[in-house]
Design a protein around this ligand. Structure first.
Ligand code: F0G
Length: 435
């Protein structure tokens, strides 16, 4: 059976060759539904298929998204696939960070290792592929930065026109530079992310533009593979927790769907719990969670983690569903906690952008409050590359970042061009690191 689009609220179905983002009957969000029954009781075969493709040199299976094509977009013609390729990111075992966070076993899945430096590439390969299937010549998004960088690159790669809408301030330098350099039409608007997303939706209707924000369900199919790949890297052993930052809530929605589907098929025998971590200044999901998920109350967003400066997340209903499916939790962390966690991840030689710091800060907080138990195994997702936001990183280490006085600052020393001056800084001697 071919994949279909299905409203998550009323169940109305649409063929996948329809340009549509919300249900025409009830405005609900749409899911891409695959014929999972086909794989039920054949989980061993599916795992073996995925394992055989590891290390493939050939498109599309050299991609860490299309390796799992059966669960992403089974019936798509491979010649339509737009891939860099993406995915195949590292899963780091990090004992020192685990001990700081208070757990025995912590793995970090580094999505900053994708072609444009964020997890968005996993979604964008799905979105641009669908744009090709639909014959769309223009794609657009509103963005806090990473989506625009990814869209710009993938549109250029596909030979399609890319359009990105930024808010007028707080877009990290690395992301802006990427979108400009990859050749997208970049429009800066005196409005926040949430308003820009409304504007993209409006212009898309009249100008024949395909929207590639995470309201597009084909994006989320690609992002599901962060979970599938992490589980494969763990040799299909299920961890106790998955922890990720939450902004527009595309990732958390995708993770919930992936885990639910893998469990339905029998690829995993239990579902890990999902913890979504928001910044205190951009916490509408957290607030709703505190009230028993009664409704979404948009907030005026402000945080050092500009990637997740979002007050009215479009995927709220799917994220709530994901948390219910996984018996998950929502936590919030302060800008100080975010930057401290980021500094520690950076100092391990791994590195990430501020929003990714939420993950580690959230693990520590949930361990301290007894929600995550020290013996439980945690997989945290790092969403973006360290070079995305150099201003935040340098600002932290110079003690010039929004009143945050970091405890892990690494100062740059100024020296005279003499050996004495350098020696004075080094304290006269340097010891070789112990093997
Ligand atoms: N981390 C990073 C680095 C991000 O860029 C984003 C979202 C998130 C986390 C949050 O993920 O929206 O799926 O909950 N960035 C979007 C953008 C909004 O426009 O680049 P989410």
């Amino acid at each position: 059976m071919a994949s279909i689009l299905q409203c998550m609220d009323c169940g109305r179905q649409y063929p996948t060759n329809t340009v549509i983002y919300n249900c025409e009957t009830c405005s609900g969000l749409l899911d891409v539904k695959h014929d999972l029954d086909h794989w039920t009781r054949r989980a061993d075969e599916l795992r073996a298929t995925f394992d055989q493709r590891l290390g493939s040199l050939d498109a599309p299976y050299n991609s860490g998204v299309w390796r799992y094509k059966e669960l992403v977009y089974p019936d798509v013609d491979p010649s339509r696939i737009v891939s860099r390729p993406e995915g195949s990111t590292n899963l780091y075992h990090t004992p020192r960070l685990a001990s700081w966070a208070g757990v025995e076993t912590l793995y970090l899945k580094h999505e900053g290792e994708n072609p444009t430096g964020s997890f968005k590439d996993r979604g964008m390969t799905g979105g641009l592929t669908q744009a090709r299937v639909l014959g769309m010549n223009n794609v657009a998004c509103a963005s806090t930065g990473n989506t625009s960088a990814s869209l710009a690159a993938y549109a250029a790669w596909a030979g399609i026109c890319g359009i990105v809408l930024f808010q007028n301030k707080d877009v990290a330098l690395g992301k802006l530079a990427q979108a400009v350099a990859y050749g997208a039409t970049c429009i800066r608007i005196d409005a926040d992310f949430d308003r820009n997303l409304e504007l993209v939706r409006q212009i898309s209707e009249t100008l024949g533009i395909y929207v590639l924000n995470s309201v597009n369900p084909f994006r989320l199919e690609g992002q599901k593979t962060i979970m599938i790949e992490a589980l494969q890297q763990l040799r299909w052993q299920t961890p106790d927790w998955i922890v990720c930052p939450g902004g527009n809530l595309g990732n958390s929605s995708a993770f919930g769907k992936a885990l639910h589907e893998l469990h339905e098929i029998g690829v995993i025998d239990r579902i890990p719990r999902l913890a979504v971590i928001q910044a205190e200044g951009a916490n509408p999901l957290y607030q709703s969670y505190q009230r028993g998920f009664d409704r979404l109350e948009p907030v005026h967003a402000e945080t050092v983690a500009t990637a997740i400066k979002i007050g009215s997340p479009v995927n709220y209903p799917k994220a709530v569903r994901a948390i219910k499916w996984t018996n998950g939790v929502v936590e919030q962390v302060s800008d100080f906690e975010i930057m401290e966690a980021k500094a520690l991840i950076d100092a391990q030689g791994i590195g990430c952008e501020p929003a990714s710091g939420c993950t580690m800060a959230g693990v520590r907080k949930l361990v301290n409050s007894g929600v995550i138990k020290p013996h439980e195994t945690v997989v945290g997702v790092l969403t973006g590359h360290i070079l995305k936001d150099p201003d935040a990183t340098i600002g932290y280490h110079r003690d010039e970042l929004r009143g945050i006085h970091g405890t892990f600052r690494n100062l740059v020393h100024d020296a005279e061009p003499t050996a004495e001056s350098i020696r004075a800084i080094l304290g006269g001697e340097i010891t070789a690191p112990q093997a």
